[in-house]
Design a protein around this ligand. Structure first.
Ligand code: ZN
Ligand code: ZN
Length: 241
């Protein structure tokens, strides 16, 4: 676990056969009110918990897990992590919270073929991704957590209920899989994805001032050049219509 900037920590995903999402820990140590953003792929719960412990995090200070979205590479090891922090809440955008509560796992697997492959590989039970969601998030919600004030920005397109968390006063953006470093964007062919929505979401993010970009995979960017997200949106624009 490394400190990206005050009150924001990074645990790098450990990709193997399938990608494993990064986890961000947000909240100042003094607040004793910490939040995990995303979990990771099935089987990586132990690695994520060990990383937190090695970073000196008191697990009882972790009050909630917020999902940027519920694809398998982000929610796969959520149950493994929740076992270690049973009092923590789960917060997800309304559009993905509802299927998760009902045990509808189409937003998790994204496509039927992938579901069959993963259920066989990881021996997953049919209801492996049915969770109680303690708070359903919506665009514009302000989350006063961990001594900071994060905004929820609904950015559908890669998934239906994808969100970014945005710390406006410091320009810190956690956009899940919508936009990455190196002018890359998230795929838009899975269940609930929509290319036109993704384009709108990229433009929405492009209008925001971003200094630090903390995506779900690959490199993090600590000094984002001005106009970076707009350039990314423009490059991909013709493919998103
Ligand atoms: Zn995703
Ligand atoms: Zn991902």
């Amino acid at each position: 676990m490394i400190e990206v900037t005050e009150g924001v920590y990074f645990i790098q995903g450990q990709d193997e056969m399938l990608p494993d999402s990064h986890v961000y820990l947000i909240g100042t140590a003094a607040s004793k009110d910490l939040t995990l953003v995303d979990a990771g792929i099935t089987g990586k719960g132990k690695y994520k918990i060990q990383s937190l412990a090695q970073g000196g995090v008191d697990l009882t200070s972790i009050k909630r897990v917020i999902m940027t979205h519920t694809h398998l590479d982000h929610i796969g090891c959520l149950s493994e992590i929740m076992k270690e922090i049973p009092a923590a809440e789960l917060w997800i955008h309304t559009f993905e919270a509802e299927p998760i509560e009902q045990g509808d796992d189409r937003p998790v697997y994204g496509m039927q073929m992938f579901k069959q492959m993963c259920q066989a590989q990881y021996r997953l039970a049919p209801d492996a991704f049915k969770f109680k969601v303690h708070r359903k998030l919506n665009d514009g919600d302000i989350l006063d957590i961990g001594g900071m004030s994060w905004e929820v920005v609904h950015i559908p397109g890669h998934s239906m209920g994808g969100i970014a968390l945005y710390l406006r006063d410091r320009g810190i953006l956690i956009p899940g899989d919508v936009v990455y470093a190196d002018y890359a964007i998230g795929r838009f062919d899975l269940h609930g994805a929509d290319a036109a929505e993704l384009k709108k979401s990229l433009l929405k993010l492009a209008a925001m001032e971003v200094n630090i970009l903390l995506p779900g995979h690959n490199r993090i960017m600590k000094a984002v050049p001005k106009g970076y997200i707009m350039q990314t949106a423009n490059q991909w624009g013709p493919y998103l219509e």
